[in-house]
Design a protein around this ligand. Structure first.
Ligand code: ARG
Length: 527
């Protein structure tokens, strides 16, 4: 069932007027982003996306005229209380009390699935997806790039799973060239796992709530690489060079102007050969629809060639494989010097946070200051990392990352903790049956309008796998909640008003927590 009946209701009226199927219109109706300056309508229809522009020059006046005409044909009803036009848009304002009632009902009914049960996702095909991420090199230190891969991969996996896909998480360890491959030596049964457990890596996985369904490694694919080479040969795809290596021709003209080396002159495999073997093996084992790899962007060509060779081998699923790439983090240094290692980053985040907390009066009686500091520190790292496009490089700064005001993970945690303690204060005597007429102040309406948009934000992130849409949404939610908290007090208000406001803040906290968890952040309840 639809999460929010407003879009459907608007679409059905539009469908009659435009004589178009209602289903096709739903995705053209979007919630209007909240503006800090002025009140806005709740939904808008981009007329250009549903009406064919018949004029030869796609000039604006014509579209505007059509927009006007369309708006005139539409009528207010029990759901829509006002219809207006903007540049190329018809705007809809929802009946105020219905808005409050419906949004709050939906947030509490759907709980952690709020936004995901939306009509926007109703036709989404559910798939089996493998996500490979983290993938450190065992003999070497875990560096910032692997940290990024871990938190980005975790986000992608969380998001896909939330949307109803069946997700398999794989950590593909770089254990090649070790005397015994870790997996060959029984990594999964005994011995070496201990090393991983005492490792900060394992620690990071447990905080972040990251888990893997499979640990595999390059060494495991030693023999299977030889089979891949035989298959390539049998398909006539393997070419010998003068140096004695074997390559796959990837050029358009088949003149070897672009090729990928898959075998050394001594017959041994390369990184890409093992990846070919791993991809084929996983697809057979899990019978998946698609596979996602998360690494830094320096491996872009590697994955492009990997998918290309798989396609040449006749594997149609190669077209659905995807490389999610990310940029470099510059200047991540501790007080002692340059940081490259995970334990330093985690220790630094925790100790800086502990220090900040000690200087703030409020956080004296925390039950578990270390754990709290760690959760806040991780939130700060994740938000910093997810704010921009994943592919862009960014300059790291501890001071900016750990600011409690401003657009940081600390601010999100702070907002969550504040809203949580508000709820705790009025734990007894809280009612679910509230008077929505009490939620008509502009600050309350802004929060409601923002909550209304959550499904679209999830939709955007699900399309391009960029967490930044969710990050800006949650930061905005926190700002709106802070303003509302200041102007709409619970304490000292008449019971009916207090109850309604509490319910609103509870809804904001619920959605904030949902979004934070998707990003891989564990919301704190005190700080
Ligand atoms: N271990 C590699 C590295 O640290 C990353 C592995 C990425 N995954 C893959 N299937 N090639 O560079």
């Amino acid at each position: 069932m639809a999460a929010c009946p407003f879009r459907r209701s608007i679409a059905s009226q539009l469908s009659r007027v435009l004589n178009l199927p209602s289903e096709n219109l739903i995705n053209s109706i979007s919630a209007v982003p909240v503006s800090k300056k002025r009140p806005v309508a709740d939904f808008q229809l981009f007329v250009g996306s549903v009406i064919e522009d018949k004029s030869s020059d796609r000039s604006k006046p014509d579209l505007q005229l059509q927009t006007q005409r369309l708006a005139e044909k539409l009528k207010c009803d029990t759901v829509v209380s006002e219809i207006s036009t903007g540049p190329g848009t018809v705007n809809f304002t929802i009946n105020r009390e219905l808005l409050a009632k419906t949004v709050l009902q939906q947030v509490f009914k759907d709980g952690s699935e709020y936004g995901i049960k939306s009509e926007l996702f109703s036709t989404l095909p559910r798939r089996k997806i493998i996500i490979e991420f983290s993938s450190p090199n065992i003999a070497k230190k875990f560096h910032v790039g692997h940290l990024r891969s871990t938190i980005i991969g975790n986000f992608v996996a969380n998001l896909k799973e939330a949307l109803g896909h069946q997700v398999t998480r794989i950590n593909y360890l770089g254990d090649w060239g070790m005397q015994f491959g870790l997996l060959g030596a029984g990594f999964q049964q005994f011995g070496n796992e201990e090393e991983l457990q005492s490792n900060p890596l394992q620690h990071l996985f447990e905080r972040l709530g990251v888990h893997f369904d499979e640990y595999s490694g390059e060494s495991f694919y030693q023999e299977k690489s030889q089979e891949v080479l035989k298959m390539l040969d049998a398909k006539g795809l393997l070419q010998k060079t003068i140096k004695g290596t074997r390559v796959v021709d990837l050029s358009e003209k088949r003149d070897l102007s672009l090729s990928s080396t898959v075998m050394r002159s001594d017959g041994t495999s390369l990184y890409i050969t093992r990846d070919l073997a791993a991809a084929i093996d996983r697809m057979q084992k899990y019978n998946c629809d698609t596979m996602i790899y998360v690494t830094d962007k320096s491996q872009h060509t590697h994955f492009e060639q990997l998918f290309q060779i798989l396609k040449l081998m006749g594997y149609q699923w190669a077209e659905r494989c995807q490389h999610v790439s990310f940029g470099l983090v510059q200047g991540m240094k501790t007080r002692k010097g340059e940081v490259v290692f995970l334990e330093d980053v985690l220790n630094e985040a925790r100790s800086r946070m502990l220090q900040n907390m000690a200087s703030a009066k409020t956080s004296k009686e925390l039950e578990n200051p270390l754990e709290t500091a760690e959760k806040i520190g991780l939130a700060a790292l994740i938000i910093q990392d997810f704010k921009g496009l994943l592919s862009s490089d960014y300059q790291f700064s501890w001071d900016r990352v750990l600011q409690s005001r401003g657009d940081t993970g600390v601010f999100l945690q702070y907002t969550h903790a504040r809203l949580h303690s508000l709820e705790q204060m009025y734990r007894n005597g809280q009612s679910t049956d509230i008077n929505t007429a009490c939620l008509q102040d502009p600050q309350a309406i802004s929060v409601l309008q923002h909550l209304l948009r959550y499904d679209e934000v999830l939709y955007k992130s699900s399309e391009d796998l960029q967490p930044k849409h969710i990050v800006s949404y949650l930061l905005m939610l926190s700002h709106l909640a802070a303003v509302a908290h200041k102007t709409l007090p619970v304490k000292g208000s008449a019971p009916e008003l207090a109850q309604a406001r509490l319910r609103l803040f509870q809804a904001a906290r619920s959605v904030l927590a949902n979004g934070m968890k998707l990003l891989g952040i564990m919301p704190v309840t005190q700080m």
